[in-house]
Structures are given as C-alpha cells and as structure tokens.
Design a protein around this ligand. Structure first.
Ligand code: 13P
Length: 251
C-alpha cells in the first residue's frame, strides 16, 4: 500500500481569504483521485474555510499545533477535541515551536498522546540543529526526539513522523536526498524497535526543509522517504500540486 504523504505547512502566512483561495486552487488541481495523502495545514482561524474549500476533493486538513489538555484555563490555546471537529491531522513539535516557544520532548509527547486520544493523526516533527550535525550527533538528537515524543504510544496507528533538519528550513538549501535518507532510515529503525518492523514500515516519513518541485523527485527515490512537509513552496498552488503529482508518480 502506498504511504506517500505531502503536507503544506502554511505557518503564519495566510489570512482567511488567502487561505480559502489557495486551498481552492490546490483542490482544483489535485481533484479527487490522488493516492498521495495530501494535507493542507493553515492557521487555526482558517481551518473551516479550508475544509469547505477542499470538500469533495481527496485533500484533508491539518492544524499546526495544539495544547495537550482537553479544555481548561489556557487562554489562547486550542485542544485536540476542538480540532477533531475540524480536521484530521495536527503538526506537533515543529522546530519553530521547540525553538521559539520552548517546547520540550515531554510537552510534545503529551500532545501526541492527546492527539491520538481524540482521533487526530499527529505529524510529529523531529530534526537536528546545524551544530548537532557538525558535532556528529544528528542521529542521537533525532532518536531522542522520536523516543521522547512517542513515549507511552503503544501502536503507531496513523502516526506520521516528519524529518526536518533545522538548518534546511526556510534556507533555500535542502538536505541532499542521501543525507535525509541516512537519518530517516535511522528513524525507521527506531520506530521498528518501538513498534516492530511491520508497523514501522507503514509509518509515512516525509522530509521537510526547502523541499520544492525541483528536488522532491530525488527525495521520493529514497527508500525511507515517503513525501514532504512543505513550507514556502506550499504557498504557491502550482508548485505544491506539482509536488503532489511527482509524489504520486514516485509512490
Ligand atoms: P520550508 O519548506 O519553507 O523550508 O519549511 C519547511 C517546514 O518548516 C515545514 O514544516
């Protein structure tokens, strides 16, 4: 079964009107036939507009973050049960949240568990900083993020794990497919040690970090890379749809 996966992380980039028209343009082109799991992740305020815009297509919708508590006195936060009424996926542990909002593996883990409990698909993001890579500890850093983020998870279910080397995000300079594959095969083996070989083999592992229509084919050609989590290039409907098409041919 193909596990190709392509998601657009629109970050804090679109107003509701812009999100609606971008989603309509993507849905028009992707239509209802792609075998690639295609997810659009707009800001919270645009989830409903984007869900309406893609209804009838094969595209699904995801949020970019959530709070682990189901409800309570957490001003400004959004919970998993709230999201579950609006979307199917949620990005958890993005490096921007780890760096700018001090999110730890423990907090990320609470969110992953809460997402599963509400029936959401977590897109767990992991990735090393440049100094980790230069010091030769990229594998260990990423492994600790995977193990920490998944503590207490008994079965991967619909889990997605995105490998996003921090030094490649928004840099205009992606990792090479070989570099990404080297870490992603390690991620796959860590998942296998947690869940077993067979369940680990069906977890989609997208690459993220300056992925674009020009380099996606090289990533998809690697055995442990199943797609991409796309930032900048996902803000252009044409580019993102090209990536979905390339992924569907490669998948
Ligand atoms: P860019 O594709 O803009 O490098 O962003 C990647 C990313 O952070 C997706 O979550």
């Amino acid at each position: 079964m193909p596990i190709s996966f392509m998601a657009g992380n629109w970050k804090m980039s679109t107003t509701v009107a812009e999100a609606r028209s971008l989603a309509e343009a993507v849905a028009d082109r992707v239509g209802s036939s792609t075998e690639v799991t295609t997810v659009l992740c707009p800001p919270f305020v645009s989830l409903t507009a984007v869900a309406e815009a893609v209804s009838g297509s094969s595209i699904t919708v995801g949020a970019q973050n959530m709070h682990p508590a189901a409800s309570g006195a957490f001003t400004g936060e959004i919970s998993a049960p709230m999201l579950a009424e609006m979307c199917s996926h949620v990005i958890i542990g993005h490096s921007e949240r780890r760096a700018l909002f001090s999110e730890t593996d423990e907090f990320v883990n609470e969110k992953v568990l809460a997402a599963f409990e509400s029936g959401l698909t977590p897109i767990l993001c992991v990735g090393e900083q440049l100094d980790d890579r230069e010091a030769g500890r990229a594998d260990q850093v990423v492994e600790a993020q995977v193990r920490g983020g998944l503590a207490g998870v008994e079965s991967p279910g619909s889990l997605v794990v995105a490998y996003e080397p921090v030094w490649a995000i928004g840099a205009g300079r992606a990792a090479t497919p070989e570099t990404a594959q080297q870490i992603m095969t390690h991620i796959r083996s860590v998942l296998a040690s947690i869940f077993g070989d067979e369940p680990a083999s069906s977890v989609p592992l997208p690459y993220g970090g300056s992925a674009n229509p020009g380099n996606i084919e090289g990533f998809m050609a690697q055995p442990d890379i199943n797609g991409a989590l796309v930032g900048g290039a996902a803000l252009d409907a044409y580019s993102f749809c090209q990536m979905v098409e390339i992924a569907s041919q490669a998948g």
